[in-house]
Write a protein that binds this ligand. Structure first.
Ligand code: NAD
Length: 451
């Protein structure tokens, strides 16, 4: 049988593209060597957010007395086995949902590893798949440090950490990026003694500095050790302890170490050379603005083409690519894709940071409003936070950056405005319900618009 499109990888990029292609009337086959849902569903976004929800529940229970809710006997404790089984149930449920979606959309799902055997020829377990177009959505995998090799037990990636059934007493996280900070906040809420070592001079280096500074302060206040401008020089594990030597010369011991220093394109086993698909210097698949690779009829989307490595970006790119292939105009806009970070407090960002605006010589005005100015924040006992909106001199929103309760939700309004060219004053003239946190975004937009 000839397919209109063969998709390699059933993560959030591949499976969403498959469904969109099927909706557009295409005959679709999707090949996946692991479980449908990719890293996001099986070892990333979903399992971490399920664990974070448990950590938040514990945190809420601990502070309940402040709200007049008391626990007269004993204290709230964590049953980590239950936490893990809840997470596994959620993942299994959603995984099952994807397979059902393939069936209801008439998408053929093949379990196996696809590889190129010619320019536009792919094989799975020796069998040729005949497709007019090929979409590569194979995602990303871990970057391993030569002096900090993961062993799956003591020194691990977040993949293995997500399968822990017991919590360590103390933990070193190497890399203060998105994964490192999300894990640090969650593990601290579970009661683990956490230290983060970050190579640059700030955690979350690409995030608006004022926002990452607030997070750093909050993490320190929660008891997380933050060591910046430092790397791990050497590590050795013995008898349930990992001995670490930092680049500062300091020696420390930890029960477990999580390495989270970024991800690289996953092209292993794909045999791109057989096709002639060009890679970038950093090993990502090189594509043009319409996700076309150097080989006619072969496309690539998601983590495998590089940053930003976000599930919803992969999905949006997948939709844009198949719409382009099957002749439907796409309205994808990379700049207005929001980025959520599920730290405590959480972060939501869209558009450019003040650092990027300055670097590019773009003039802008900033509105900055603290959560503490908002009635609902006080009612919820969540006054730590800030909304920052940058607007251009023409009033267009150039970037919005939020730290605080529900930041990952609130950022959607700023993304909607940016995507649809609604100026800052458009946010201001939209009535925001009182009392809600959304009022803080409108207040910051007002200041940034100079009104
Ligand atoms: P990252 O790029 O976000 O962070 C890696 C960090 O490690 C950086 O701060 C970097 O400076 C630091 N680092 C690099 N080498 C180091 C070394 N030798 N010693 C100490 N620090 C070092 O990467 P990540 O946290 O591994 O996440 C991978 C990808 O997954 C990212 O692109 C991220 O956006 C994505 N992700 C997104 C979410 C979300 O949207 N909520 C959640 C998790 C992961």
């Amino acid at each position: 049988m000839q397919y209109d499109i063969a998709i390699i990888g059933a993560g959030p990029g591949g499976y969403v593209a498959a469904i969109r292609a099927a909706d557009l009337g295409a005959k679709v086959v999707i090949v996946e060597k692991g479980e449908p849902g990719g890293v996001c569903l099986n070892r990333g976004c979903i399992p971490t957010k399920a664990l974070i929800a448990s950590a938040h529940s514990l945190e809420s229970a601990k502070v309940a007395a402040r709200f007049g809710v008391v626990c007269p006997v004993g204290e709230f404790l964590i049953d980590f086995k239950k936490v893990v089984s809840r997470k596994d149930e959620i993942v299994a449920l959603l995984r099952n949902g994807i397979e059902k979606l393939f069936k209801t959309h008439g998408i053929e799902f093949i379990r196996g590893a696809a590889s190129f055997a010619g320019e536009k020829k792919i094989i799975v377990d020796g069998a040729h798949i005949d497709a007019k177009n090929i979409l590569i959505a194979t995602g990303s995998s871990w970057i391993d440090l030569p002096n900090l090799k993961t062993d799956g037990i003591f020194i691990v990636t977040s993949d293995e950490a997500l399968s822990w059934t017991e919590l360590p007493k103390n933990l070193l996280i190497v890399g203060g990026g998105v994964i490192g900070c999300e894990f640090a906040c969650m593990m601290r809420q579970f009661g683990v003694d956490v230290t983060v070592v970050e190579a640059t001079d700030s955690i979350l280096p690409p995030v608006e500095r004022a926002i990452s500074r607030i997070l750093a302060r909050s993490m320190k206040a929660a008891g997380i050790g933050l060591i910046v401008s430092t790397t791990v020089e050497s590590a050795g594990s013995s008898a349930d302890t990992v001995k670490i030597k930092l680049s500062s010369g300091e020696k420390r011991s930890f029960e477990r170490v999580i390495v989270a220093v970024g991800r690289r394109a996953f092209t292993h086993g794909l045999n791109c050379e057989a096709s002639g698909i060009k890679l970038t210097e950093k090993g990502f698949i090189a594509v043009d603005s319409r996700f076309k690779t150097s080989v006619e009829g072969v496309y690539a989307i998601g983590d495998v083409i590089g940053n930003p490595m976000l599930a919803h970006v992969a999905s949006a790119e997948g939709i844009a690519a198949v719409e382009d292939i099957f002749g439907k105009p796409s309205s994808y806009d990379a700049l207005s894709c929001p980025a959520p970070i599920f730290t405590s407090p959480e972060i939501g960002s869209v558009g450019l940071t003040s650092e990027q605006l300055k670097q590019n010589g773009i003039e802008f005005k900033t509105g900055r409003v603290p959560y503490a100015s908002n009635g609902k924040a006080h009612c919820d006992g969540e006054t730590e936070g800030q909304v920052i909106v940058h607007s251009g001199m023409d009033g267009r929103i150039l970037g919005a950056h939020i730290i605080g309760q529900s930041a990952t939700l609130l950022i959607a309004e700023a993304a909607l405005a940016m995507k649809n060219n609604i100026p800052a004053l458009g946010l201001v003239s939209t009535v925001h319900a009182h009392p809600t946190l959304s009022e803080v975004l409108a207040d910051a937009a007002k200041i940034s618009a100079g009104s």
